[in-house]
Every structure is written in C-alpha cells, then in structure tokens.
Design a protein around this ligand. Structure first.
Ligand code: GLU
Length: 323
C-alpha cells in the first residue's frame, strides 16, 4: 500500500493552559481542513502533561470552543495525564537500548555551558552528564533528582541527520548533534517531556498527519528520531504560519483581548473567525464568513505554502474580524 492510500488521521493537541487564541484556532482549522479534504478523521488529545500548567475548567472550555467553531473530532478526547503507563513503557524501551542517561544540569548550568544554535538561538546541550559513572550518579541523585536525556548520534553519523518534506515549508534537514544535542525526555520532577509524549501518542493513536504552528518545526527532527527508535513510522508534518502582532511579536495566550473568550463575549461569530483566518491563509475571499465544512473542497496545501509568512493581526485583519 503506498503512502497515498493510507487514510489521513489528523489531530488537535491543545495544551489547556489558557483560552485558545487566534493562532491556536488557525492551526486547528488547517489541521481539520487538511484531514477532511483527504476524507480523513481527527483525534482530540488534551496535552495536560504538566500538572503545574493546569487551570481547572480550561480543558472543558477548550473542547467546547472547538465544537463551537465547528471543528469536530471522531475520537477522544484523550488526556495525557491519564497515559503515564504508555510513556513509562516507551522510556523503558529506550533505556533498555542504552540510550538514556540522568542529567543533573540546572538551567543556569545549561545557559552557561551550551552553545546557542546559530539560526534560532536555541541551546545545544553540550553532553555534560553523558559520561558520568554510576558512583557519581548515585552521589548526585542523593542531592537532587536528575532529569533524563536521550542520546543522539554523533554529528557525522548519518542516523543523526533527519530529513523530511513539510507540507507547507518544503524540504527540511537537521543534524541532531549540531542543532540540539542530547535532549530531555523526562524532567527532574518526573514529568515526561513533550518530545517523548507527543511521539508516543501520535503513534499509538494512529496519527498520520501532524499540523501545527511553525514554531514547532524544529521539534520534528527530535520527534522523527524518537519515533524511529521506537519502531514507528513518523507522521507527515505540515506547519502553518504564526499569527503575529504588527511589531512581529507572536500572539500568545496573554493577548486576552484576542482569545476566544473575549471574541465570543463581543459577539464575534464562529463563521467570522473561521472566514477571517481562512482569508488570511488564501483559503477564502476577504470578508468571507464560513463554517469549516464550507472550506473543505477549496483547501489545498499549495495555498498555505503560498501564504506561509506570518499572518499579521493588523488593522485590516481586525477590521475584517470585528466589523
Ligand atoms: N500541545 C502543543 C500546543 O498546544 C502542540 C503540540 C503539537 O502539536 O505537537 O502548543
């Protein structure tokens, strides 16, 4: 069976740390349109891994907001907070392969010792704790619990160079040793890292297509590496532009005047929100109001690719949204 014959299964994977903002809605809309245009299905997964980031009721509101927008799902919601066993099993498999090691570096140690990655300023882990002997690990563990890192291949090992073709941004290539180094799969407080949980979940939930904000493009290489180590085919990736303020700053959950709570309170309809976002991505005419299902036949990744600059939430955009 060729890749084209595999049914598309997409997902929404929101983190319930606040109300959805327009950028989240845009990613969710494109994920939904891409899956539906291919006759595929959607899974809803609540990424509530981090107990510190949870606010009671936020996840339920998020679920209700998606339904209000007309972004339906076929399976779920799944809750990451209920899936500790599957993550532990994946970690045990990586450990059995000799690929994990405890790391005692603090954030300050990392900032001091890591080389910033040339292109995006992210830190490259220099391997400080890679070679600690068992006695040293035991001595340090008595002082503070370690986090856990996954070894990546050396820079000249072909296994550590990950290549894929993004549905919107095209060919992408990363060298794990040069671009991130050994990375965290479990935090020192025992919480499983996003990079591990997302791979385990996407694989076990049969997700074949991952659509999300462009800020997560650099995670694909790590996630592809983890998937392959665990014997899974990585999904197709499609990243979408971010929504930014006119000064270039990313819209975030703190831009509460543009979150779904504020927009719904102002009486802005779901059709207006969906239509305005679709128009900004070249998927609909300016000023259009639409339900997601009305946009399915016109959806194409070529349009997203042709509009892949960040979407500026400027006066024109706001004029269309709030008119
Ligand atoms: N949970 C992440 C977020 O809400 C998305 C993760 C992903 O799509 O891989 O930003």
């Amino acid at each position: 069976m060729g890749e084209r014959d595999i049914p598309v299964r997409g997902r929404f994977a929101p983190t319930p740390s606040g109300r959805m903002h327009l950028g989240n809605v845009f990613s969710a809309l494109v994920a939904w349109l891409s899956a539906r245009a291919a006759g595929g299905s959607m899974v809803l997964r609540i990424e509530d891994l981090d107990p510190r980031a949870q606010h009671p009721g936020v996840a339920q509101t998020l679920i209700e907001d998606l339904a209000w927008l007309g972004l339906t799902w076929d399976e779920g919601p799944y809750w990451q907070s209920e899936r500790a066993d599957v993550y532990a099993e994946a970690l045990a498999r990586l450990d059995a392969a000799g690929l994990l090691y405890p790391c005692f570096c603090t954030r300050a140690d990392l900032r001091a010792a890591s080389a910033p990655h040339a292109s995006d300023g992210a830190l490259v882990y220099p391997g400080t704790c890679r070679g600690l002997c068992a006695e040293e690990v035991a001595r340090r563990s008595a002082v503070r619990p370690p986090s856990v890192r996954l070894r990546v291949p050396d820079a000249d090992d072909p296994a550590g160079t990950i290549e894929f073709v993004d549905l919107a941004y095209g060919p992408h290539r990363e060298n794990l040793a040069r671009d991130c180094g050994d990375f965290l799969v479990r935090r020192s407080d025992g919480v499983v890292a996003y990079q591990l949980a997302v791979v385990v979940d996407d694989a076990l939930m049969g997700v074949t297509q991952v659509v999300r904000g462009h800020d997560l493009l650099p995670s694909c290489a790590r996630q592809t590496y983890v998937a392959r180590l665990l014997g899974w085919e990585p999904p197709r990736y499609g990243h979408v532009p971010l929504l930014v303020a006119p000064d270039g700053r990313r819209l975030a959950k703190r831009d509460q005047d543009l979150d779904l709570g504020a927009l719904r309170e102002r009486g802005v309809s779901a059709e207006r929100i969906v239509g305005t976002l679709a128009a900004a991505a070249g998927l609909a005419d300016a000023g259009c109001e639409a339900r997601p299902e009305e946009l399915v036949t016109a959806f194409s990744w070529d349009n997203i690719a042709a509009h892949r600059d960040d979407i500026v939430v400027d006066e024109v955009f706001l004029g269309a949204l709030l008119r």
